[in-house]
Write a protein that binds this ligand. Structure first.
Ligand code: PLP
Length: 454
């Protein structure tokens, strides 16, 4: 059959990201053939609800004709042009304008990249460029967090605080200090309240800044709600405290909203949800619903002015990708943002937060479930070997992989992050879709508990 020959060709020729290559040679791929709304279908004809919206990204679902048409129109009109040396084109201009309109008022300028990783590399380089411009070349270090995810290139992968992205790759390769992950349930000390935990983390951050020397710390980067690290919602007061430290020690605050942006947390931006104002904001994923690769770095006027001054001195900004502001990607992004606004998909996420989050918490009676957490339309279920001590499984990840496989059999795609199952459905989900996600997840957890017992 076609799917058998495709599978054989995949096994013969591809090296897959985030995949155990030897296991893949044995098991072969799951070939996804088409999408329809919140559903995708595989080559065996099986239907799944895409409970992770692809990779936390397909806001408008998998069959939005307006995006296909926007891409085709732009392909026919001007399929490619670059934005180097002062060249511009309408979709890139309009999307930059739209992003400035849709983000906190302080952010006034946009630089486009092809991916979130490149956007965060761009952040590192712009921050270094800026501090060189300001005559303080020693101010170069980044503060990040353990379990933070910022991408996988040399610089962004260094900012990422997950061992899987460092091991074997000689990362971190840039000066970065990873602070404690703000996850009270997992990292709170015995009997420590959430408020005390938060205060301890803020003390740690300040002590780290002082020990390293504030004159060496350029920026703090964080996801308002961590995504790939396991969907971690920080304690109340955490972001206000981090923002205050950044202001006190003249450290730029970077909000990585690659997952959080466009309503995911129930607010438009994660920084708005948690009430802080970044100097730099990074967005991608839901920006185009991932129909085209695109990311953007937004910055304040102060950041822009310092960079602009330096380009005058050096003659140019020696940074940019062939695809920076790609016309097809930006045209698709613009149409996608129109759809998000016209259909009030950000409002939909806020309205469905309660049934989604409460429904998931109601699955907490399952004996494997240690914690159910999340906000807006993003959530995770962390499974543990022992609920009383929160001890995880040995080896880590086996139960998570089994549970994700059961969920797929039940018709739900979720993501196993170790033994934590993440959900982040398309923003177009309905209340009935949410109910189906909950049913399927519930059955997958029951089957996993039976399997673990056996
Ligand atoms: N930042 C965050 C918060 C992300 O979740 C991701 C991807 O998942 C990235 C950056 C990297 O984006 P990309 O995979 O497009 O390089």
């Amino acid at each position: 059959s076609l799917s058998n020959s495709l599978a054989a060709a995949d096994i013969a020729h591809s090296l897959h990201p985030y995949t155990n290559a030897r296991a893949h040679e044995r098991n072969g791929p799951v070939i996804i053939t088409r999408g329809d709304g919140v559903h995708v279908y595989d080559s065996e004809g099986r239907e799944y609800i895409e409970g992770l919206a692809g990779l936390w990204s397909v806001a408008v679902g998998f069959s939005e004709k307006r995006l296909a048409e926007a891409a085709a129109r732009q392909m026919a009109e001007l399929p490619y042009y670059h934005t180097f040396a002062g060249k511009a084109h309408e979709p890139q201009i309009r999307l930059a304008e739209k992003l400035v309109e849709m983000t906190p008022e302080a952010l006034t300028r946009v630089f486009f990249t092809n991916s979130g990783s490149e956007a965060n590399d761009t952040v590192v380089k712009l921050v270094w460029f800026l501090n060189n411009a300001l005559g303080r070349p020693e101010k170069k270090k980044f503060l990040s967090r353990i379990k933070g995810y910022h991408g996988i290139t040399i610089a962004s992968g260094s900012l990422t605080g997950l061992p899987v992205n460092h091991k074997g790759f000689d990362l971190p390769a840039i000066p970065v200090v990873h602070l404690t992950c703000p996850h009270h349930w997992r990292f709170g000390a015995e009997g420590e309240s959430e408020a005390d935990f938060c205060a301890r983390l803020l003390r740690e951050a300040e002590e780290t800044i002082l020990a390293e020397g504030p004159e060496t710390i350029a920026a703090f980067i964080g996801e308002p709600v961590m995504g790939a690290g396991g969907v971690i919602v920080p304690p109340e007061g955490y972001w206000a405290g981090i923002e205050a430290l950044c202001r006190k020690y003249d450290i730029l605050l970077v909000s990585d909203e690659v997952i959080n942006g466009f309503g995911r947390t129930g607010a438009r931006w994660g920084c708005e949800k948690f009430g802080f104002t970044p100097d730099i904001l990074v967005t991608s994923k839901q920006l185009t619903s991932s129909y085209m690769p695109l990311a953007a770095v937004l910055m304040t006027d102060a950041v822009y002015q310092a960079i602009a001054d330096h380009t005058e001195k050096l003659g140019t900004l020696g940074h940019g990708f062939t695809g920076t502001g790609h016309p097809v990607a930006t045209a698709v992004g613009l149409e996608n943002l129109k759809i998000i606004e016209e259909r009030d998909l950000m409002g939909n996420a806020a309205r469905l937060e309660a049934p989604f989050q409460e429904g998931l918490r109601a699955l907490g009676g399952n004996p494997l479930v240690g914690e159910v957490r999340g906000i807006g339309l993003i959530a995770a279920i962390e499974m543990v070997a022992d609920r009383a001590t929160k001890r995880g499984f040995e080896p880590a990840g086996k139960v998570g992989a089994r549970a994700a496989a059961f969920a797929a059999e039940e018709g739900l795609i979720c993501r196993a992050l170790g033994d934590t199952l993440a959900l982040c459905p398309p923003l177009i989900v309905t209340e009935a879709d949410v109910a189906r996600i909950l049913e399927r997840m519930g059955r997958a957890l029951e089957r996993t508990a039976d399997w673990a017992r056996a």
